[in-house]
Design a protein around this ligand. Structure first.
Ligand code: ADP
Ligand code: MG
Length: 664
C-alpha cells in the first residue's frame, strides 16, 4: 500500500509532524478520529440571551484594533455585520490573525454573547462563513505546526486517494448481517458528518470493527492455547496435600478453598492451566499459590513463583520456608542481586532438579535459566509484568501450567477482555477476624492531629507506614519528600522510636534489610515511596499515612491502604491533602476493591486502570470498553463464530491481523 508521502499535499515536514502524533501510515491517518465535534449552528443575536454561547458568521465592518498587555498578552476588537445585526467582537491573544481580518472578510465567530454591551467575547474565529445553517465540525488532537484544518485536509485527501485500499476488519458476513456501510464511506462520514444520526450510525460501525479486531486476537490466543495445551498428565496425592493444608495456622475461606480446587483440577487435567487468580489486597492469594506449588511438587515437578519486586520475592521466600519447614521440599531464592556464585549454583540445581521450588523476580525467565521439569509457573501481581510477558513465560520449561495472580480487582467488562484468554478464580471474601480500616482525610495544617494519631498507635506497640510521592526535594516541585519527612518524624518521634526510610533508588539488598527489620518490629516508622505498594505484609503495622494523597491514583491508594488492616487490631489510613478530590472521597466511603476499581475505571477510563500504562494492544481509537460494553459482547460472540467459519479460510486481512499477535 501507498505511504503518507504519496498523499497529495503531504511533504517531509508534514510527515514529521504527523509522526509526532503517532501517525505513520495512511491507515493511521484515516483512523485519527476526531475526539469531539463542534456543532456550528448559526445563531441569531436577538434570540440569544445575555451570557449565552453563540456561533455567528458575517463580514468584518471595522479595522481590528489591537491592544497589547504585559506578559505577551493581547486583545483585538472589531465590528461584525451579521444577518441579525451588527455586533462587537473581542478576542484575546490572536494578534497573529490581524493581517487576515480585513474589512469585508467573511468569518465565523464562536464565543459568549454580552447582550448589554452587544459584544461577543470570542473563543475562536474561523476565516470562512457558514455555508449551511448548521455544520458539524470535527476537532482533532493536533500538535504545534499541525492545525485542525491541516489534519482535516490530509485525512480527506487520503480517503479520496486511498480510501478503497484501507483494510476493513469486519468480515463480509457481519457487514451484511448488520447492514454496515463500507469502510470508505464510514471514514468519510466520521470525518465529515452531515447529520448527528449518520455520525452515530457510523461510530457504532467503527467501534464494532475495532472491538471485533481486538476480540479476534483474544479469542485466537484462547483457541491456540487450547490447541497446544496438552499439559502434564499427573495425579495429585490429596491425602499428602491435605496434611500440608492442615498445618496452616488459620482456616481457609470458602473462596480460597474454591480457588485451590480450581487449580488442582487444572493441574490434574490433561490440558494446560492458564488461570488468573484475582482477589483484592489482603484476600489471601499467597497461601493459595503455596498450596498449588506443594500440589505440583507432590506430582513430581518443579515450581517457579515470580514476583515483581525483590522485597516481595524475599517475603514470599521467607513465608514459604516457614510453611515448609517440616518438609524436605527444597526452596531457593533467585533475584537480580544474588551473587554470581549463588546464581550459578542455583542454575545448576534447577537444571539437575535439586531445587523443587524457586522464587524470584523476572530473573527467573532469563535465557540462561533451565529447568529439569518445570511443571508450574506462578506470577504474582501479574499486571506489573505487562501483557506481553504472558507469551514469554509460557515457553519456559516443558509445558508448565500457568497461574497468574492479580490484586487489582478488575471490573468484569475489563477482565473479560484483557484476560479473555484465561480461566478465572476470584477471591471476594476476606479472611475472618479482619477489621475494616478507617480512612481519614486531613489537611496539611492538621499535621498535629496526624502526629497524635500516629502516637496513639505507636504507644500500643504498633507500627506505622508513612508515604511520600518523592524521594528528594527538587526545585520545581513542592511535593512532600521522603527525606523531608524523615527529618520531621525524627523531630517528633526520634527519641522514642526507630525511624527509617526505604525507596526505589536504594540497592535491592539494602531495601530487603530494612523491610526485614520492619517486619521484625525493629523499626516503628517506615517512610517510603510507593515501593512498598505491592504485596508487603506486616500484620503489626496498623497505620498508613499518605502525604500529598491527591497525587496518587485510586488503585495505588487502595493498594497502599491494603498494607494495613492485616492483623486483628483496628487500623487507620490517613490521607493528607489540601485539595479535595473525588478520589479521596471514594477512599473514605469504601474499601471494597471492586467498587474502587469500578470508580477508577469511571474516573480515568480503561487505559490507566493500574496506574501504569498497559500494553499497546489495549489502546482503542474509538471504542471504550466501558461505554461500549454491549458492542464488545457482540464482537466477542461474532469473532468466536468467525474463527471457526469457512469464511476465515480465505481471508488474508484477518489472518494478518491474527498474526500480529505473534510479533508483538
Ligand atoms: P494478598 O491476596 O494481598 O496477596 P496475602 O496472601 O498477603 O494477601 O494475605 C494477607 C494476610 O492474610 C497474610 O498475613 C496471610 O497470612 C493472611 N491470611 C490469608 N488467608 C487467611 C485466612 N483464611 N485467615 C486468616 N488470615 C489469612
Ligand atoms: Mg500478594
Amino acid at each position: 500500500m501507498a505511504d503518507l508521502k504519496d498523499i497529495k499535499g503531504i511533504g517531509p515536514r508534514a510527515i514529521c509532524l504527523l509522526n509526532k502524533i503517532g501517525i505513520y501510515t495512511i491507515e493511521d491517518l484515516v483512523t485519527h478520529y476526531p475526539f469531539r465535534y463542534d456543532v456550528l449552528e448559526r445563531g441569531d443575536l436577538s434570540k440569544t440571551e445575555d451570557g449565552e454561547h453563540i456561533v455567528i458568521d458575517g463580514k468584518i465592518e471595522s479595522v481590528p484594533i489591537l491592544m497589547r498587555f504585559k506578559a505577551g498578552l493581547n486583545k483585538m476588537n472589531f465590528r461584525l455585520v451579521t444577518q441579525s445585526g451588527v455586533v462587537g467582537v473581542s478576542i484575546f491573544n490572536r494578534a497573529f490573525l490581524k493581517s487576515k481580518l480585513e474589512v469585508g472578510t467573511g468569518i465565523t465567530v464562536i464565543g459568549k454573547f454580552d447582550k448589554t454591551k452587544n459584544v461577543i467575547t470570542a473563543s475562536e474565529i474561523k476565516l470562512e462563513t457558514l455555508t449551511n445553517k448548521r455544520k458539524i465540525e470535527p476537532v482533532y488532537h493536533c500538535t504545534s505546526g499541525l492545525t485542525n484544518k491541516n489534519l482535516a485536509t490530509y485525512i480527506n485527501m487520503a480517503i479520496l486517494m486511498y480510501g478503497k485500499e484501507i483494510p476493513d476488519y469486519i468480515p463480509k458476513t457481519y457487514i451484511e448481517r448488520y447492514n454496515f456501510l463500507n469502510k470508505k464511506t464510514s471514514l468519510n462520514i466520521i470525518h465529515n458528518p452531515s447529520t448527528e444520526e449518520k455520525l452515530k450510525e457510523v461510530k457504532i460501525r467503527l467501534k464494532y470493527e475495532e472491538l471485533f479486531a481486538f476480540m479476534l486476537k483474544i479469542n485466537y490466543l484462547k483457541m491456540e492455547n487450547k490447541k497446544n495445551n496438552q499439559g502434564l498428565d499427573r495425579k495429585i496425592n490429596r491425602e499428602k496435600l491435605n496434611s500440608f493444608i492442615k498445618k496452616i495456622p488459620f482456616q481457609l475461606t470458602n473462596d480460597q478453598k474454591e480457588a485451590v480446587e480450581d487449580i488442582i483440577k487444572d493441574l490434574e487435567s490433561k490440558n494446560r492451566m492458564n488461570r488468573l487468580l484475582q482477589g483484592d489486597v489482603g484476600s489471601g492469594k499467597t497461601i493459595v499459590s503455596f498450596i498449588a506449588m506443594v500440589a505440583n511438587y507432590l506430582s513430581g515437578y518443579q515450581s517457579a513463583l515470580m514476583a515483581p519486586t525483590e522485597i516481595l520475592a524475599v517475603q514470599h521466600f521467607n513465608n514459604l520456608k516457614e510453611f515448609l519447614k517440616d518438609s524436605n521440599i527444597n526452596v531457593e531464592l533467585l533475584t537480580g542481586s544474588a551473587t554470581k556464585k549463588d546464581k550459578l549454583r542455583i542454575y545448576e540445581d534447577l537444571k539437575n532438579g535439586d531445587i523443587d521450588i524457586v522464587i524470584g523476580t523476572h530473573a527467573l525467565i532469563q535465557e540462561e535459566v533451565e529447568y529439569k521439569n518445570l511443571g508450574l509457573v506462578i506470577t504474582d501481581e501479574q499486571h506489573r509484568f505487562g501483557v506481553n510477558q504472558r507469551a514469554n513465560l509460557q515457553n519456559k520449561g516443558l509445558k508448565p501450567d500457568i497461574l497468574y495472580m492479580s490484586a487489582t480487582p478488575i471490573p468484569r467488562t475489563y477482565a473479560l477482555t484483557i484476560y479473555g484468554d484465561m480461566d478465572m478464580s476470584i477471591i471476594k471474601e476476606r479472611p475472618t477476624g479482619r477489621q475494616p480500616v478507617t480512612t481519614y482525610v486531613k489537611k496539611n495544617e492538621e499535621i498535629k492531629d496526624v502526629l497524635e494519631m500516629m502516637y496513639d498507635e505507636l504507644k500500643q506497640n504498633h507500627q506505622v507506614y508513612v508515604i511520600a510521592p518523592l524521594i528528594e526535594d527538587s526545585e520545581n516541585s513542592d511535593l512532600t519528600t521522603v527525606n523531608k519527612l524523615k527529618d520531621q518524624m525524627l523531630l517528633a518521634f526520634g527519641k522514642k522510636y526507630k525511624i527509617d526510610i526505604i525507596h526505589g533508588k536504594m540497592a535491592g539488598g539494602a531495601k530487603d534489610l530494612i523491610m526485614q527489620e520492619f517486619a521484625q518490629g525493629n523499626i516503628q516508622i517506615l517512610i517510603s515511596t510507593t515501593v512498598i505498594e505491592v504485596g508487603v505484609d506486616v500484620a503489626n503495622a496498623t497505620t498508613m499515612v499518605i502525604f500529598d494523597a491527591n497525587r496518587f491514583g485510586l488503585s495505588t491508594l487502595h493498594q497502599l491502604r491494603g498494607r494495613v488492616g492485616r492483623g486483628s487490631s483496628k487500623s487507620k489510613c490517613i490521607l493528607i491533602s489540601n485539595s479535595d478530590t473525588k478520589r479521596l472521597e471514594i477512599m473514605k466511603e469504601t474499601d471494597d476493591g471492586f467498587v474502587i476499581s469500578e470508580e477508577d475505571f469511571k474516573l480515568r477510563g480503561h487505559g490507566d486502570l493500574f496506574g501504569t500504562k498497559q500494553s499497546g494492544d489495549m489502546e482503542f481509537k474509538i471504542a471504550n470498553l466501558r461505554s461500549d460494553y454491549k458492542i464488545l459482547l457482540q464482537a466477542k460472540r461474532d469473532s468466536k463464530e468467525y474463527l471457526l467459519s469457512e469464511e476465515r479460510k480465505n481471508d488474508a486481512i484477518k489472518e494478518n491481523l491474527i498474526h500480529t499477535i505473534n510479533s508483538n
